[in-house]
Ligand binder design. Sequence first.
Ligand SMILES: N[C@@H](CCC(=O)N[C@@H](CS)C(=O)NCC(=O)O)C(=O)O
Length: 219
Amino acid sequence: MIVIHHLNNSRSQRVLWLLEELGVPYEVRRYERLKTLAAPPELKAVHPLGKSPVLTDGALTLAETGAIVTYIAQTYGGGRFQPREDSADWWRMQHFLHHAEGSAMPPLFMKLVFASIPSQAPALIRPVARALMKGVDAQFLKPRLADLLDYWDTALAATGWFAGPEPTLADVMMSFPLEAAGSRVGFDDRRHLPAFVERIHARPAYRQALQRGGPYAYA
Ligand SMILES: N[C@@H](CCC(=O)N[C@@H](CS)C(=O)NCC(=O)O)C(=O)O
């Protein structure tokens, strides 16, 4: 039986969504974030990085969402949620599988961390910290995030999915960056991004995954 070591309000939610889409039985082991938002130390007993998600399946312990969704699809998916390997869509899927954690999440994570810095600074230097973070946001993060949002909006324009006419692992992986971007940055007038988020949230498998995962601030 697959076990997903799952953290509340986290990118681990998309693994549950995939398992529900594929109808693969699994157990969810829930962990609660600490006040600092860090994962609790118990997760280090599962995997040395102490982050979520982690999948265990028999003797296998696997971290990194991209590796986990690939393992699930290849082992239990029977070809579902993946385009044919000899197609251009296969490589589009590979691109977005890596892009989600490699390029999309880092600036979104920085946005979250930088936004929290002023409130954590000593009261005396809080205005300075706020001004500094505002400058970093305007000069560094804002233009990079705008480029990413434009890129995703264009990628979704043809079919509403990231890699071909049907949902694939690319959409599972990109769901979290889009949900996080919607909450941390907003979509402005890019219309394919909110439509994508609404489309996945309406899927019965997605709703079922929410029931299994517990608190999730992005849906
Ligand atoms: N690239 C990793 C990132 C894992 C990760 O950072 N997970 C977050 C959950 S959103 C976490 O465990 N954060 C708690 C912490 O860093 O202590 C993946 O995709 O699995």
